[in-house]
Design a protein around this ligand. Sequence first.
Ligand SMILES: Nc1ccn([C@@H]2O[C@H](COP(=O)(O)O)[C@@H](O)[C@H]2O)c(=O)n1
Ligand SMILES: C[C@@]1(CO)OP(=O)(O)OP(=O)(O)OC[C@H]1O
Length: 161
Amino acid sequence: MTPFRIGHGFDVHALVSGRDCIIGGVHIPHPLGLDGHSDADVLLHAICDALLGAAALGDIGKHFPPTDMRYKGIDSRELLRHVVGLLQQKGFSIGNVDATVICEAPRLGPHIQSIRENIASDCQLAIDFINVKATTTEKLGFTGRGEGIAAEAVVLIYTQV
Ligand SMILES: Nc1ccn([C@@H]2O[C@H](COP(=O)(O)O)[C@@H](O)[C@H]2O)c(=O)n1
Ligand SMILES: C[C@@]1(CO)OP(=O)(O)OP(=O)(O)OC[C@H]1O
């Protein structure tokens, strides 16, 4: 049996006034912020789902129900660290993470390094194993209109043989 498994995650949060725009654990200056039960860190949620998917552990809503007040306003880095711990308990190590944030604005280029550092720290990996990209949708769709931000992530995990 192969020791390698892959996982995919996808998430969307609406952009609204009166909320912070937190992506990859970085507070990004923007007139609008991401709406959600937690801090709505769309990128970290996609990565959590990719990790849970790879380990066949369900999804983020199963582990952190949006009806549970313990998770109201929670820093999604705490959720990511919890997910990493769940994988470790099942004997999985993380190989690498590759993710894409989809939005017209804010521009993420200046923040990518800090975002990678946060994810690397929470996944207990060197930064070389973490890649984060940003793309627009050429002003098309809800991301193009600035109504929300989407993120996708893929991960590889493995067990020691
Ligand atoms: N929110 C974003 C979106 C994109 N970028 C950077 O711009 C490059 C070009 O984006 P396209 O959608 O036109 O392909 C992209 O490769 C990113 O480097 C960004 O920083 N923030
Ligand atoms: C993260 C959780 C935590 O309650 O809440 P939200 O911030 O609403 O985010 P979502 O991506 O909808 O995932 C559901 C929940 O697990």
